[in-house]
Every structure is written in C-alpha cells, then in structure tokens.
Design a protein around this ligand. Structure first.
Ligand SMILES: NC(=O)c1ccc[n+]([C@@H]2O[C@H](COP(=O)([O-])OP(=O)(O)OC[C@H]3O[C@@H](n4cnc5c(N)ncnc54)[C@H](OP(=O)(O)O)[C@@H]3O)[C@@H](O)[C@H]2O)c1
Length: 333
C-alpha cells in the first residue's frame, strides 16, 4: 500500500456530489485497500457556499467556489456539477493538466464528448462516465468492454425514469397525464427543466453515448429521431389499453446495411409494447436496457436509473478504477 494519496477534486455537491463525498468519507479504508493508496478529497466546488447541504462525516472546510484551483492540483477530477459550462472548460483544464476525469454529465458528453475524448487521448489521460447512462446499472461497461469481442446488433431501452413513472401511472393506475407529470415533479423525479425528460432529450443523450460505444461511430444529438411524451393524448392511452398494450418511451439504436457501408440509426419515441413484455412490466422509475448481440444473444440490464446514492455508486466505481490505474503507473515508473 502506497502512502502517497491520490488527490481527488469534486466539482458539485448536489444530489450526486454530496452522496459521493459522504461515501468517500465513510468508506475511506475500503477504497484505500481497493486502490492501493488513500483517496484524498482535496476540495468540493459549489456555486453557493452558504447553501445548507448534507455532508455528514465529510471533513469541514473542503467547500470552495474556486473550482479552477481545485482542478489544477488534482490527480482525478470528479465532475458532477452538470450543464455545459463551466463543466466543459474545467474538464478540459483537468485533462490538459494531467488529471483523469470522472463525469456523470450526459448532455455535455452527448454534445462535446468526441472533442473531450480526443483531448484525453492526446494527453494520455482517461475520461470515465458510467454514471452518465442509467446510473449504477453497468450498461456503458457492458456495451464498451464486456461485448468488445462481439457484434452488437441493437440496443433498446427505457432509460428515463421520470417519463416511465408518468407513463406507468397513466397506464396502470389511470392517473390523468397532467396529474402524473405533477406527481413526478413533486417527487423530485423531473430535471430542473422538465422538457429534458418529457421531450426525450435526456433519453436521446444516453442512446447517443451507447451508440458511440457500441459501434465507434460519431452520432450526435442531431441524428436522433426524437419524439417526447407531451404530444400523447387520452385517446392514445385508451387505444393502448384496448389492445392489451402500454405506451413506453423507448430509446433505441440499431445497425443496418452491409459491414462496408454500415448505417447506425438512433431514435427516441413513444412506442406501444405488450403489457406483459419486459418493457411493459417496467414500473415507476425503473430503467431497463435490452442489448442484442450476435454471439451473446439477448442481454437485459435493469435497475434504478437515477438517485444520489445509485449514481454515486457508478461515479465511485469509475473513480476507484482510474485511481488504481494511476497508482500502478506510479509504481511502474
Ligand atoms: N441526480 C441524478 O439522479 C443523476 C443521475 C445520473 C446522472 N446525473 C448527472 O449528474 C450531474 C449532477 O446532477 P445532480 O442531480 O447532483 O445536480 P444538482 O443537485 O443540481 O447539483 C449540482 C451541483 O453542482 C454545483 N454547481 C453547479 N454549477 C456550478 C458552478 N458554475 N460552479 C460551481 N459549482 C456549481 C451546485 O452548487 P450549489 O449546490 O451551490 O448550487 C451543486 O452542488 C448532472 O450532470 C446530472 O445529469 C444525475
């Protein structure tokens, strides 16, 4: 065990960031054992230093409103502030300064991930983002690593828990659509800007990241054939009910055409599925991703796609892996 710590800068102490900080404090010894060196949380950047937040167990005095200085002295930067800027600038500054990066920021990655990954490669650093797609459910890792020796044919999924909650309330309990949206908001399921969820933008970002990982293609948000759930009418739900089906917001990506001229298509749209289909049986905020691969066949991955602790689980998994790789590289020098 090395006594030289791996210095970790945390950007954000909201739903996800606070859960990451508490876990780092609670489980310091376990993480040190797994990494081969202590993980030292050097600071936590926030916007409003005076805002009350639950950082029980975390050393006092770590909060700062100067994320730049924090990034400059880190070995690994964990970005859980969200938004495009200043998150993008800070991630680029971290990579250029020799740090590795963990992020949960799906919108930033979907829009600028290609440039960010290219920078990481030039700098010989890593960007890990398992948490950006379906939180703790290891979908990215399955698509990118576990199936790297296979040929993925298609990926489809319920990847947005809040819209699934709304559609489930309408289909199963007969709650009127607008009331179900209101309930999802009251329970904190909707993003600050609910159109992210309701218009399928959140799901589109996730399927873009999965398609890139599956086929190494540069698909972007503009390539997604996207339709949200706000245009659904009572008649649509009635029709579904009458035919033993339910409406789900399905994100999908598939590969078509010959190998030499492969086309990847990505879509997010409300889709009729049988009430007894695994998608039809996916309740409330649960997510389900179905991957069809040539040799592996059909794989299903399911679980909570959001939540502070759940998302922190994926962030911390990436952090432990990157920190461990840094310790090994240090030892090899
Ligand atoms: N919540 C989930 O379940 C979930 C699941 C998967 C992925 N994600 C992703 O994880 C990221 C974080 O989500 P969240 O729900 O934790 O967000 P959040 O609760 O809104 O927290 C954001 C944090 O970042 C800080 N922050 C924002 N802008 C900043 C700035 N300009 N300078 C310094 N600090 C800034 C905020 O500071 P203040 O506290 O002072 O406002 C806050 O602590 C997002 O990219 C989101 O898409 C979230």
């Amino acid at each position: 065990m090395s006594s030289t710590p791996v210095r970790v800068a945390l950007l954000g102490a909201g739903t996800v960031g606070a859960a990451v900080a508490r876990r780092l404090a609670d489980r310091a010894e376990v993480f040190a054992g797994r990494v081969g060196a202590p993980l030292e949380l050097t600071g936590i950047a926030v916007r409003d230093l005076g805002r009350p937040r639950d950082l029980s167990g975390v050393l006092p005095g770590l909060l700062t409103d100067d994320p730049g200085s924090l990034v400059d002295s880190a070995d690994v930067v964990v970005e859980v502030m969200g938004g495009l800027q200043p998150a993008r600038g800070l991630i680029e500054r971290a990579l250029a300064g020799g740090a590795d990066v963990v992020t949960a920021n799906k919108q930033l990655l979907a829009q600028h991930g290609v440039e960010i990954e290219a920078l990481a490669e030039r700098e010989g650093r890593s960007v890990a983002y398992e948490a950006a797609v379906v939180a703790a459910v290891p979908v990215m890792r399955t698509v990118r690593d576990a199936l790297a020796g296979d040929e993925i044919r298609s990926i489809s999924g319920i990847v947005n828990g809040s819209t699934n909650y709304v559609l489930d309330m309408v289909a199963r309990l007969g709650v009127p659509f607008q009331d179900a949206v209101q309930q999802a908001g009251d329970r904190g399921y909707l993003e600050a800007d609910p159109t992210e969820d309701l218009e399928g933008l959140d799901a589109a970002a996730k399927i873009v990241l999965l398609a890139r990982a599956a086929w190494g293609v540069q698909v972007g948000m503009e390539d997604v054939q996207r339709e949200g759930i706000t245009g659904l009418t009572d008649a649509d739900f009635e029709e579904a009910r009458g035919t033993g089906q339910v409406i789900k917001l399905i994100a999908s990506a598939w590969c078509s055409g010959p190998a030499a001229d492969r086309r990847v298509e990505v879509a997010v749209r409300p889709t009729l599925v049988g009430a007894e289909h695994p998608f039809g049986l996916t309740r409330e905020g649960t997510n389900l991703v179905i991957i069809d691969a040539e040799s592996a066949g059909t794989l299903r991955l399911s679980g909570a796609g959001a939540g502070g602790d759940e998302t922190a689980s994926a962030v911390l998994g990436d952090l432990v892996n990157l920190a461990r790789a840094r310790v090994r590289a240090r030892e090899a020098d």
